[in-house]
Design a protein around this ligand. Structure first.
Ligand SMILES: C[S@@+](CC[C@H](N)C(=O)[O-])C[C@H]1O[C@@H](n2cnc3c(N)ncnc32)[C@H](O)[C@@H]1O
Length: 118
């Protein structure tokens, strides 16, 4: 068995530089780092109430602003991926002042944070 193949078999862990690949990845070192200090760990999950994501909303596309996502319960989503408008004059943008843009981003991120399971 080649060295690389053997490495794949035993799984990877957080590397000290760059990212070479992930197979059966052990990221426990990363989650023990300062970045996560004070945040609940998986071991403490029982203190976090995860709500069920409504079945009727799975694969549903909402044609509305993400500033309010009242259809989605608190702590019910495990991953949010976002690419907010840049506010640089694209056709779907409204041309906000810096203050308006920051307030807009803040309300979207607040909603994303609310729906995410910690
Ligand atoms: C920077 S683009 C994202 C492009 C996308 N990542 C892609 O690769 O096609 C921003 C997107 O946010 C959408 N958008 C604008 N205002 C929004 C809002 N209030 N809520 C949700 N989406 C919004 C726009 O229609 C646009 O598709």
């Amino acid at each position: 068995m080649s060295r690389k193949r053997k490495k794949d078999k035993i799984g990877t862990k957080t590397s000290s530089f760059g990212s070479s690949g992930r197979f059966g990845h052990d990221s426990s070192e990363f989650y023990r780092s300062k970045l996560y200090e004070g945040l609940p760990s998986e071991c403490e999950e029982s203190s976090i109430k995860e709500n069920k994501f409504p079945l009727n909303l799975i694969n549903h596309i909402f044609c509305k602003s993400s500033e309010t996502m009242e259809e989605i319960p608190d702590n019910s989503v495990h991953l949010v991926i976002t690419s907010p408008p840049y506010n640089v004059g694209k056709e779907y943008e409204e041309g906000m002042t810096l203050q308006e843009y920051r307030a807009f981003l803040s309300s979207v991120f607040k909603e994303a944070y609310r729906v995410l399971v910690p």
